[in-house]
Design a protein around this ligand. Structure first.
Ligand SMILES: Cc1cc2nc3c(=O)[nH]c(=O)nc-3n(C[C@H](O)[C@H](O)[C@H](O)COP(=O)(O)OP(=O)(O)OC[C@H]3O[C@@H](n4cnc5c(N)ncnc54)[C@H](O)[C@@H]3O)c2cc1C
Length: 457
């Protein structure tokens, strides 16, 4: 990595997450000199792979890509990171509506009508989402109407049975990591439209966004990407102040480093971008936007066993529960490794409640849940690890920024629009798979193109 000192570059980039590093690589390919200033002592941001046991990596952050994540497939191939398919054989285990724990087949036959209701609403969401232009959601013909209500309000008005409404909530919180009562309905439709259709996104079990994993862990992607541009990355330098003028920026970091350039790309979530000082100050609309762009709350908890015993019982490792603590789970085993790995999600209110408990207590409650679904053998894990993202100083929540009512229509135009020499990246500004790694790449490339065009004209 480069040595901190006064640095001169063409393009200063704030944040060495996927978006920032893609932006750096893109401007470099265009003959411009980047410098990437990263607050943390590592690259990757919301992508974080840790070994739970020697040689057994788990994804504390991003884990999957889906079939339409074309940029991520291309990046993995270029970096020499192999992919493998998510295990998806067997039945899901359900625990809903006070009916106890039911196997998938049993659940589907008992709640056939409720599942049909859910399907009807998902198709309706697909139709409405096509009316939302992803570049400018506030220009949707019904933007004012949809931005005035929450996704939860709209769901409540669909005449759903309690089971269908609960399933819809669980699926949606699994995407947004906040209760649907906190998110604008327009934001939900925008999210759907950036991803394609709900079947890609809001699946009741394995979704289109979760078909494929990376050999060695997702962390291989930022690790190898950083190795290609190592001389342009500086770690442990939180950006505190951006002075900006016409074609000139001076980016000041904690510790005294100042990087100067002609443009700056801020590749952090809007909430964190709003904590940086700007001189001259940014327009009010931009600051008010960042005041209203809260990151969700989610954590992942991994249990390791000597083998994936649930598979032998015909389960796919997925559970859906309205009791919890976890609402959902996944088989997280690694091909070629005999261990059984299972991943439980705590999202939205579940993360707020259980994420604040001492870890042993959280582990105990999650273990009890696994025992309810998969039997007493689940009480004997070899190892456990979880990760809380709102505690991380340079992320402060995940999976992304979710806009509440009235924000898109009043402030949305300030999300990605450059302000003089300042450009905005991060997945939260993407128009394709916003909130996902694919979106991080999309936004990094878009911001880099803006800079390249501006500096070549
Ligand atoms: C638990 C979890 C699970 C996820 N699962 C998936 C998944 O399965 N599939 C998927 O596609 N996506 C998933 N995601 C989302 C995915 O991780 C993100 O979309 C993507 O990594 C965002 O990249 P980014 O570069 O836009 O932002 P970030 O990764 O947030 O990068 C921003 C960088 O900026 C740095 N930074 C912040 N403030 C400053 C500052 N002031 N100065 C300098 N640097 C700063 C941060 O340290 C960070 O490195 C998940 C995320 C989490 C947390």
């Amino acid at each position: 990595m480069a040595e901190p000192a006064g640095i001169q570059a063409d393009v200063v980039i704030v944040g060495a997450g996927l978006s920032g590093m893609i932006a750096a690589r893109t401007v470099l390919a265009a003959g411009l000199r980047p410098v990437v200033l990263e607050a943390d002592d590592r690259v990757g941001g919301r992508i974080l792979t840790e070994e739970i046991l020697p040689g057994v990596p788990v994804e504390i952050g991003a884990q999957w890509i889906g079939d339409t994540h074309e940029r991520m497939f291309a990046l993995a191939a270029e970096l020499g990171v192999d992919t493998f398919e998510q295990f998806d054989e067997g039945e899901t285990s359900y625990e809903l509506g006070g009916a106890g724990v039911l196997r998938g087949n049993e659940f589907h036959s008992r709640y056939h009508d409720e599942l049909a209701e859910l399907e009807r609403v998902l198709r309706h969401l697909d139709e409405l989402a096509t009316e939302v232009p992803v570049e400018a959601p506030w220009r949707a013909p019904r933007a004012a109407e949809w931005d005035a209500i929450t996704a939860g309000n709209w769901y409540d008005d669909q005449g759903l049975s309690p089971i269908a409404r609960t399933l819809l909530e669980i699926c949606t919180v699994g995407i947004l990591a906040v209760p649907t009562t906190e998110v604008s309905f327009l934001h939900l439709l925008f999210t759907i439209q950036t991803c394609g259709v709900t079947s890609e996104l809001l699946a009741e079990s394995e979704g289109g966004a979760q078909t494929t994993r990376f050999t060695g862990g997702t962390g291989e992607i930022p690790r190898r990407l950083a190795a290609l541009i190592a001389e342009y990355i500086v770690l442990n330098v939180p950006v505190q102040l951006i002075e900006h003028g016409v074609d000139r920026v001076a980016v000041h970091c904690r510790g005294g480093l100042v990087a100067t350039g002609r443009r700056v790309i801020v590749a952090v979530s809007p909430a964190l971008a709003g904590r940086i000082m700007y001189d001259p100050p940014l327009p009010g609309v931009r600051d008010q936007l960042t005041q209203r762009s809260p990151n969700g709350t989610a954590m992942k908890a991994f249990f390791v066993y000597d083998q994936p015993f649930w598979r032998a019982d015909g389960f796919n490792g997925q559970l859906i529960s309205d009791i919890g603590p976890a609402r959902m789970s996944n088989d997280a085993c690694i091909p070629g490794d005999d261990h059984g790995l299972i991943l439980l999600f705590l999202e939205g209110d579940q993360a707020r409640t259980y994420g604040r408990l001492p870890q042993p207590q959280r582990q105990e409650l999650l273990t009890a849940e696994l025992v309810r679904h998969y039997g007493p053998v689940a009480a004997q894990p070899l190892a456990y690890v979880d990760g809380e993202w709102s505690e991380r100083e340079w992320t402060r929540g995940c999976y992304n920024a979710n806009l509440g009512p009235h924000v898109w229509t009043n402030y949305g135009s300030a999300l990605a629009a450059p302000i003089g020499a300042i450009h905005w990246a991060s997945t939260d500004t993407a128009t394709f798979w916003s909130a996902y790694m694919e979106g991080a790449v999309d936004a990094g490339e878009r911001a880099a193109r803006e800079v390249i065009d501006a500096l070549s004209s």
